[in-house]
Design a protein around this ligand. Structure first.
Ligand code: ATP
Length: 354
């Protein structure tokens, strides 16, 4: 089997379980993003894949063969770190050629290969500069070229955009994605930025507390979140706590019709994306009395903040979608289409501290 597989990989540091036993498959030639909040174990997982951290349990397989015991320098993986970790005293070309020259490639040949890679990352002509003479985006391209010098089997990047400003970060995301597709190299990117993950990835692995919450294509993760954590972490969502009754879900102020199968009496969390909630005159189930408490015009979208009998709801309309133009203080009815409602089992209450 091609690609990279993790089987029961976990990592504990003393008493801290950083990564729970995890099974994952990274498909050959695809870009996968490891996404999650700070401390959820993304970097630890990446470092185990890179061979920089020894797993507490489990195996790592590349094209079906175990590399679990292989030291990092024998894995033929390219890495780009948050800090880029370039050598400031070397020229751009020598930075890129470094790994080739230390592995015995003749200087001239290594320099020629470095020049090709610099062309690839649009830095042809910058080879003689010092690192200090480059912008943040240019340094990042050097780090990428350097990591690609050994023609790695797998390309690993840990928060590669975090040192860049927002605009440059977006440009570099597109650039990196196009380069990765052109080279067809299996790539894993650690990020805590969902836009970055959605821009670049074929597949997103959402993590929390050392666990994989969901893995899937960006659109699947967004439209079909498997639990409340994913619905909350990816995109925006309104949440209501409720109890399943025979007539619908009682959210303490309204009875919602939803297509979900739960035992009667079960506590659930109901979620709906702001762009799926409606302020319109269409008939249908789940029309609920509300009042506009705030209107926020964000340019491409307008947000209506509403007060209802079961808590606040935000409704979002894209520019040109033709909303009703309601104002703060207006009474209205919000419609929550049943097929737009995600229903999850409620989290069990946290154990009381002893
Ligand atoms: P961030 O986005 O903040 O970098 P992360 O998702 O990459 O976070 P990790 O760096 O993998 O998270 O850390 C996961 C957990 O393991 C955290 O609780 C962290 O404190 C702990 N941890 C990581 N490395 C070590 C270490 N060397 N020794 C002890 N604990 C560690």
């Amino acid at each position: 089997m091609s690609g990279l597989q993790l089987k029961g990989i976990s990592k504990s540091f003393g008493g801290v379980r950083a990564v729970e036993p995890t099974d994952l498959t990274f498909r050959q030639g695809e870009l996968t993003a490891l996404l999650g909040p700070s401390g959820c174990g993304k970097t630890t997982l990446l470092r185990m894949i890179a061979g920089l951290e020894v797993p507490s349990t489990g195996a790592i397989l590349l094209s079906g063969r175990s590399i679990t015991e292989l030291p990092a320098h024998r894995r033929k993986f390219g890495m780009v770190f948050q800090s880029f970790a370039l050598f400031p005293h070397l020229t751009v070309r020598d930075n890129v050629a470094y790994s080739l020259t230390i592995s015995g490639v003749a200087r001239g040949e290594a320099a020629g290969r470095a020049n090709e890679l610099l062309d690839l990352v649009q830095l042809g002509g910058f080879g003689d500069r010092r690192i200090g003479e480059l912008s943040g985006g240019q340094r990042q391209r050097v780090a990428i070229a350097r990591a690609l010098a050994q023609e790695p089997d797998v390309f690993l990047l840990d928060e590669p955009m975090s040192a860049l400003d927002a605009k440059l970060r977006e440009e570099m995301q597109v650039e990196l994605r196009l380069l990765q597709q052109r080279l067809g190299i299996t790539t894993i990117v650690v990020t805590h930025d969902q836009r970055e993950a959605m821009t670049m990835a074929d597949s997103i692995v959402v993590m929390s507390n050392g666990r994989v919450e969901q893995m899937g294509a960006p659109q699947d993760i967004y439209h079909r979140p498997e639990n409340a954590f994913v619905a909350d972490f990816i995109g925006k969502a309104n949440f209501f706590d409720g109890i399943v009754r025979s007539e619908g879900i009682d959210v303490g102020g309204a009875l919602l019709t939803a297509s979900a199968e739960f035992l009667k009496g079960s506590p659930v969390r109901v979620a709906i994306r702001p762009e799926r909630a409606c302020l319109d005159n269409e008939p249908g189930p789940n029309r609920i009395a509300a009042e506009v408490t705030f209107v926020r015009d964000l340019g491409p979208v307008r947000e209506y903040h509403l007060k209802t009998g079961f808590g606040p709801v935000i409704v979002e309309y894209a520019l040109g979608e033709g909303d009703l133009g309601l104002k703060t203080g207006d009474p209205c009815e919000v419609r929550l289409p049943p097929d737009a409602l995600h229903v999850f089992p409620a989290e069990p209450p946290a154990m009381a501290a002893e």
